[in-house]
Design a protein around this ligand. Structure first.
Ligand code: KIV
Ligand code: ZN
Length: 521
């Protein structure tokens, strides 16, 4: 008989903690609502003791998400557990996830404790967490490098006091399929009360084996899989949940398991998370990459035309991928835009129709036709910018000569005033625009990363620019989207400047503007 595999999503905890720039509360809530729509059973949404921002987002998500179990992480420390419970107090029900390292390496060189002390700390903390909820999960951190005897000892003790989920993390992405199967099988054989808990695995992808290891764990009896959408996470990432979910569906004949995920939401969720986290999906990424369902070799194309099943094991519509549909133009009304968004599966609460329609008209004027992926990009890139923005682009012009100099002039609205500056450089037109912007704002920033990707297809694609800048030892993201890549580059920088502006002290900003003595036009 098939049995359910619980999908535990940690995009907003293990995934988010690996991003170079933290997400805002609004962005995290948007992701949490998408994950709820996708139907994840449990979502780990933060580590509330780690920062006031994390606490606030866990609190906000707990208030708004009703159909997935909310979970927060805590170390085996009273203050962590109490703070996690407090942050989730507005949820209908919640899970506390506590963790402690159990491998000899971690115990000796990190914690300086022996195994008896570890068992004592783990059980004391589990009892404290159980005072707040009957849904407590315990993770034996670095379990894949822990001896089987120690794992069995601690797991039995924790189940005895009422811990319902035992997680076996491969924290450093070290284990192999055989090893993880062996560990899970041994737990089932040697721990007498194992039937009173769910065994979970949490694999990292350092050797590219996270999904394979998770599937082996299911075959050995694990019934909860932890991971993130698109596999985002520390170092090489976590288990990509969409891959595990589809493996369970496509290979139900051999895995004898199912999930409660709404498969049609997979593609949309993956796209939104990629946009919000500023992490483009590689084209060859399984399930959600743009090439995942395209066939380029002639033999394959011929085979697919004769019968899709010859070379296609998944119908792309299963994950909610649709054929690209034309098309909206500047003559299309708000109702048509709303209709297309609904057709693509978005609820009205997912986006702001007024802002979307204004952006849509601007784009339709430039591009002529607007496609469904354009609408998505407008809804989830432009609308992420929290209003009101201090800096906005009024005008720019560039002149660039091959093997010569590039000159840019930029007019920037800063609050209520407009400033104009120009710059000339031998590094191309984008550098010239950035230098002109820098002359206006005078922020001492350095550009760490610049990435240009095409959103959409062929000549109708929009250019999306993602940048990362460093300012006062902090990293800030910027994203820009436009038909013209110079404009999207400028918009990305202005987005980053707005993020810096928000985080800066008002007086300091004024001081900088004054010191620079820039000419008001
Ligand atoms: O990788 C890990 O060990 C973790 C634990 C906190 C579960 O993320
Ligand atoms: Zn992890």
């Amino acid at each position: 008989m098939n049995s359910q595999v619980i999908i535990f999503d940690t995009t907003l905890r293990d995934g988010e903690q690996s991003l170079q720039v933290s997400l805002s509360v609004k962005q995290k809530l948007k992701i949490a609502l998408c994950l709820e729509n996708l139907g994840v059973d449990v979502m780990e949404v933060g580590f509330p003791i780690s920062s006031p921002g994390d606490f606030k987002s866990v609190q906000t998500i707990s208030k708004n998400v009703k159909n997935s179990r909310i979970c927060s992480l805590a170390r085996c420390l009273d203050k962590d557990i109490d703070t996690a419970a407090e942050a989730m107090s507005l949820a209908d029900s919640f899970r506390i996830h506590i963790f402690l390292a159990t491998s000899t390496l971690h115990m000796e060189s990190k914690l300086k404790k022996n195994f008896d002390e570890i068992i004592n700390m783990a059980t004391t903390s589990a009892k404290r967490a159980l005072r707040y909820t009957d849904d407590v999960e315990f993770s034996c951190e670095d379990a894949s490098r822990t001896t089987i005897d120690n794992l069995c000892r601690i797991v039995e003790k924790l189940i005895n006091i009422g811990v319902k989920t035992i997680n076996i993390p491969d924290t450093v992405g070290y284990t192999t399929s055989n090893e993880i199967s062996f560990t899970i099988e041994k737990l089932f054989q040697k721990v007498p009360n194992i039937d009173k808990s769910i065994i979970s695995v949490h694999c990292h992808n350092d050797l590219g084996m996270a999904v394979g290891n998770s599937i082996s764990a299911i075959q050995a009896g694990a019934r909860q899989i932890e991971g993130t959408i698109n596999g985002i996470g520390e170092r090489a990432g976590n288990t990509a949940l969409e891959e595990v979910i589809m493996a369970i569906k496509v290979r139900k004949d051999t895995l004898n398991a199912f999930t409660k995920i709404k498969h049609k939401e997979i593609y949309r969720t993956s796209q939104i998370i990629s946009q919000i986290c500023n992490l483009p999906i590689p084209p060859n990424k399984a399930i959600v990459g743009s090439n995942a369902f395209s066939h380029s070799s002639g033999i394959h194309q011929d085979g697919v035309l004769k019968n899709r099943k010859n070379y296609e094991i998944i119908d792309p519509r299963t994950i909610g991928m649709k054929e690209v549909k034309l098309n909206l133009t500047s003559r299309s009304g708000r109702a048509a835009v709303k209709h297309y968004m609904t057709e693509m599966g978005y609820k009205e609460s997912d986006y702001n129709i007024d802002e979307l329609y204004t952006d849509f008209l601007k784009l339709a004027d430039k591009k002529g036709q607007v496609f469904d992926y354009d609408l998505e990009a407008l809804a989830f890139i432009n609308q992420q910018q929290e209003q009101p923005e201090y800096f906005s682009l009024s005008f720019f012009s560039v002149q660039s000569i091959s093997n010569g100099l590039s000159t840019a002039s930029v007019k920037l609205l800063c609050g209520k005033s407009t400033y104009t500056e120009s710059a000339t450089t031998s590094n191309g037109p984008i550098d010239a625009v950035y230098q002109a912007l820098n002359r206006i704002t005078c922020y001492s920033i350095s550009l760490q990363k610049y990435q240009l990707i095409a959103k959409g297809r062929g000549k109708d694609a929009l250019g999306q620019v993602n940048i990362l800048v460093e300012y006062k030892n902090r990293k800030f993201h910027g994203v820009g989207l436009a038909t013209d890549i110079i404009e999207s580059s400028a918009q990305a920088m202005i987005n980053a400047l707005n993020n810096i502006w928000k985080s800066d002290q008002v007086n300091e900003k004024l001081k900088i503007l004054k010191k620079c003595n820039i000419s008001k036009k």
